[in-house]
Design a protein around this ligand. Structure first.
Ligand SMILES: [Mg+2]
Length: 224
């Protein structure tokens, strides 16, 4: 399905697995982890992918719970929370690449003067990812939740998005939020009345949740 974005007054994109390929970067990080730490050295490539992907839930790598699981399974991993946090985000921001077509899509939005931003859960490392993937000057604003003070799906971050789009609450239905995570991106955007586009990446939308307005496989289905 092709969706034409020019009908919206404002657009907000999630970053990881929406504009940039976190999935592919995480595959590479699994291999790097098995090379960098003795306790994972015995993993084959396949085993490394299976183990570290097993720590993810819905494309979200939680540092704290993953570290707890690693410490349960291996007694000599040795990194503190902060060290593992920095290892993970520093490496991911260096490995990650933009999805094919992302840069061109944002260029076209700028050309058409459609106001849009990037709204992402994370810290200053998210700015590093944006820079390293060549998307640095291709947006009107970026909100990184750990700097802003509220994370998706909290209403506060979506209301801030609306404010930065220079739109009022009355215009909220003319805004679309595009993201891959049902529990943060879609639920949050729906909670203030934004339209939603879910990036399925081949997954099925959770049946217990209110469905998004549109479902696409990836951003190649977005047009302007
Ligand atoms: Mg995401």
């Amino acid at each position: 399905m092709k969706i034409n974005l020019s009908k919206f007054k404002g657009i907000a994109f999630d970053l990881d697995d929406t504009l940039i390929d976190r999935k592919k970067a995480f595959d590479k990080l699994c291999i790097k982890l098995s090379e960098d730490f003795d306790c994972f050295n015995h993993f084959s490539k396949k085993e490394a992918l299976k183990y570290f992907w097993g720590l993810n839930s819905f494309n979200d790598f939680n540092i704290k719970s993953s570290l707890q699981q690693i410490n349960k399974d291996f007694h000599n991993f040795g990194l503190s929370y902060q060290e593992f946090y920095d290892y993970y985000y520093k490496n991911m921001s260096e490995i990650v690449e933009a999805y094919e077509g992302a840069s061109h899509l944002l260029d076209k939005l700028i050309e058409k003067k459609i106001n849009f931003g990037i709204v992402t859960n994370g810290s200053h490392y998210q700015y590093q990812k944006i820079k390293n993937t060549g998307l640095e000057n291709k947006h009107n604003f970026v909100i990184a939740s750990e700097i802003f003070g509220h994370s998706k799906p909290k209403k506060e971050i979506f209301l801030e998005t609306l404010r930065l789009l220079n739109l009022t609450v009355k215009e909220v239905e003319n805004v679309v939020f595009i993201g891959d995570n049902p529990y943060t991106d879609i639920i949050g955007a729906q909670s203030i009345g934004m339209k939603t586009i879910w990036i399925s990446m081949g997954r099925k939308y959770p049946e217990a949740l209110d469905p998004p307005n549109y479902i696409i496989e990836n951003i190649k289905e977005l047009d302007i």
